[in-house]
Design a protein around this ligand. Structure first.
Ligand code: 1BN
Ligand code: ZN
Length: 329
């Protein structure tokens, strides 16, 4: 065999970049700029932000998607059909729940596997339901009306649908589980423990063999004025994963990730951590700014969101799937 200096250099670079074995290397070499540029030019996939934003708009076109509403049932059908095009396996986890109003509803978590036979797996999640009550709206007449949830509901799902579509076209070498939780937003304001009904049910009824190395939950990441700080409880549960996410964003020049502490938010990552799956939450809980004036109001509509914001998160998650996941011990 002839000696080829170019392929020798490439092999050496690959050897330097690849973790020796899964889980044994936790040093992300991305601070070394030469390696980084080689790595990203060869492996950093592109995230289709227009397609993602279409997914956001599509969900809102079903109307409010709170449990018991027509939009909830129609959106569930859409999500199931769309994910079946992309995933190896799609399962529904259904269970009854009684709302604070006394009404009985059926909740559905959607659980999908990509590269289903891979042993090394990671998980992504988002909630697909929207709040039944706009109880933070400035007009009290709206407090019992359901919200459209362009940001609070559709944004996280839009990014994960686009990632699912991407994985169909570019099969990852690791396994990826995507869970879309129902019933995240049924809680009573001021009682955070009453939220995340679907994620709690999932955590108490984990599918057999569900064992990802870590999880990343995304929520309220569509805000046009996106700023994602480090959610406080996530830094307690999985500081190395948080470091990797924020370092990846910095290396990719994604300014929407703010490497500074944010708030402590009760969200769907908490039940997963309680079930032993270390999971972080990427959330911008300042919609559109510190006033949070669009949160749980009728103003949570697509015009308050942007494709660039979805892409900021989508690009980081794709980098995790295709080149960075193995750096988490
Ligand atoms: C996030 C989006 N959450 C609800 N909609 C979680 C949450 C619960 C945030 C209680 C603050 C308080
Ligand atoms: Zn909400």
């Amino acid at each position: 065999m002839q000696f080829c200096p170019t392929s020798f250099a490439l092999s050496l670079t690959m050897l330097l970049l690849s973790p020796v074995a899964w889980g044994t290397v936790n040093q992300d070499p991305s601070s070394q700029s030469v390696k980084r540029s080689i790595q990203e030019s060869s492996t950093s996939p592109t995230f289709d932000s227009k397609s993602a934003f279409n997914y956001l708009v599509k969900q809102t076109q079903f109307g409010p998607r709170g449990p018991g509403l027509a939009g909830h049932e129609r959106c569930l059908n859409f999500l199931q059909n769309e994910l079946k095009k992309f995933a190896d396996d799609v399962q529904l986890q259904q269970f009854p729940f009684t709302l604070s109003t006394g009404k009985q509803v059926l909740l559905t978590n959607i659980i999908c596997a990509f590269n289903a036979t891979a042993r090394r797996r990671i998980a992504f999640s988002a909630h697909w339901d929207t709040r039944l009550w706009a109880d933070q709206d400035s007009d009290p007449k709206n407090h019992k009306k359901p919200i459209l949830g362009a940001n609070d509901g559709a944004s996280g799902v839009a990014v994960l649908l686009e990632i699912a579509r991407h994985m169909r076209l570019n099969p990852p070498s690791i396994g990826v589980d995507i869970i879309l939780f129902d019933g995240e937003d049924l809680g009573t304001t001021g009682r955070p423990e009453t939220f995340s009904v679907g994620a709690k049910y999932f955590a108490r009824n984990l599918p057999p063999d569900f064992n990802p190395r870590f999880g990343i939950n995304i929520d309220m990441i569509g805000d046009r004025e996106l700023r994602i700080p480090r959610e406080v409880s996530s830094d307690r549960f999985a500081p190395e994963l948080m470091n990797l996410l924020f370092r990846t964003a910095r290396d990719l020049d994604i300014p929407q990730f703010i490497d500074a502490p944010g708030s402590d938010i009760s969200d769907d990552h908490l039940p997963l951590n309680e079930a032993g799956i270390r999971t972080v939450n990427l959330i911008d809980f300042a919609y559109p700014d510190a006033s949070n004036k669009y949160w749980h109001t009728l103003a949570d509509t697509p015009d308050k969101c942007s494709s660039a914001s979805l892409a900021a998160v989508g690009r980081v998650l794709l980098a995790i799937i295709y080149s960075k996941a193995s750096f988490v011990q």
